[in-house]
Design a protein around this ligand. Sequence first.
Ligand code: ADP
Length: 545
Amino acid sequence: MDYPLTVQHIFNRATRFFPHKEIVSRTETGMRRYTYADFGERVQRLASALTGLGIQPGQRVGTFGWNTYRHLELYFAVPCMGAVLHTLNVRLFTEQLEYIINDAEDQIIFVDADLVPVLEKAFGHIPTVKNFVIMGTPTEVTRLSPTLDYETLLSYSSPHYDWPELDENDAAAMCYTSGTTGNPKGVVYSHRSTFLHTMGACLADSLGITESDVVLPVVPMFHANAWGTPYAATLVGAKHVLPGRFLGAAPLVEMIEQERVTLLAGVPSIWIGLASHLERLSLEPETAQPDLSSVRIVPCGGSAIPPALMKTMDRFGLPMLHAWGMTETSPLASVARLSSHHLTLSESEQFAIRNKQGRVTPLVDCRVVDIATGQEVPWDGKSVGEIQVRGPWIARAYYHDEANNEKFMDGWLRTGDVATIDADGYLQIVDRTKDLVKSGGEWISSVELENMIMAYPKVLEAAVIGVPHPVMQERPVAYVVAKPEFEGQITPDEILDYLRPQVAKWWLPDEVLFIEAVPKTSVGKFSKRELRDLYAAQKSAATAS
Ligand code: ADP
């Protein structure tokens, strides 16, 4: 049958088969709980409200919020009624936010009450937005206008909505890349791509989300659709635990224990914070240790998992699952699960495989290409090239930028990630092209150096950047954060002595500089751009004085 693959099917199935399953959401006053049945009714009320407000099929509906039950309602009401969910990154600079809202021509924006002051800064520069719907109670009078209250809106709207017949190729959602180079670029996800990506995420050899899971996405719902976890968890009827804005280690531990969370998803910096918190607790034997035994898997991507982090998490019974992807790939593209023939390998060999970025998931095609020759590199785990991918949930072009053929070439997406691929097809990312340190005609992997430094027991975080050099073109400089208990007790020479036996001499950083914390991007990755700016500022201050 020619049956359309749409988000409506995910919604209909979930509310029909799992009406008693729970959705739990952290609020200012504690955990709010309700069932899929309650959720289903509220989603239909929301769709009725949007129709009442004049939202037409294909129009963009912006969201500016944390991971909450209301955001989840928007995830379904908007695409199911035929409009397009546009998740806005709440940590962007105002100019970027304005650019994105105007580029997408958002008609309405749903904003969490505590984020109203952030969105207000863009007010007056976003002419397409006709209404702002506030989710929760703001503490101050707002300049945003006109405003509506989310709960009032739902209470007056019909709890019955007949979903329109959709074409599976209609747009369901859109997301912008964080725009590290130039303006952010829009990526549109169709119903079909979202549906297939959801199925891909649920495959047992992928994220393997099932009905018995309790899923807590720490990854924001504005970061590539929280990696698809809201749709995947709903399709299979898993329990949702939504952390709101409470993303610190202590509230996370509390939610994991209380709700018996089985699957946690987030970028490495979140787990660096959690692991350090758990390590500190373990040094206080008189303090009751948290029971995290419910957790079976911690999918992690966005940047490479430092091996030291993965080991610490293993020690606390929090097994990480390394995944790779990008906004343009919906985002899930590869996952590092052991294969059956790996089970006879030693623990350290298995660990090395788990720490790779893994195999592309079914329906994603990949090749690793030598940029200079345009030829595919051999699958030998050594030859280096750019990862290129294609598949039904890989973007074909950027929104409003169909002519951009630099990134999309012969039906392939050029990821800008440099990697090796081994005989089993496991990718291992060496670096992003733009972060590789180009030293004297050779490349130094910033990721590899960072991982080595982060394995030093006194180090919490480390980020390596390439800085201009008159002879060598670039040289590596390491920014290092000491663990709180070792602050002020660690020297650059100590780090260099630790690295010396592990790397070629020319890989040793020219400088090791200590900072309080590595600056992070809007989605929690190490911000190399800010570090480069910081380094330039430090140098010019030094020359001036
Ligand atoms: P941004 O480009 O703004 O960081 P994305 O979240 O789309 O936004 O980032 C995608 C990029 O993140 C990838 O191209 C890759 O460089 C990096 N990345 C994602 N997952 C991993 C991973 N597991 N290991 C290393 N790098 C990763």
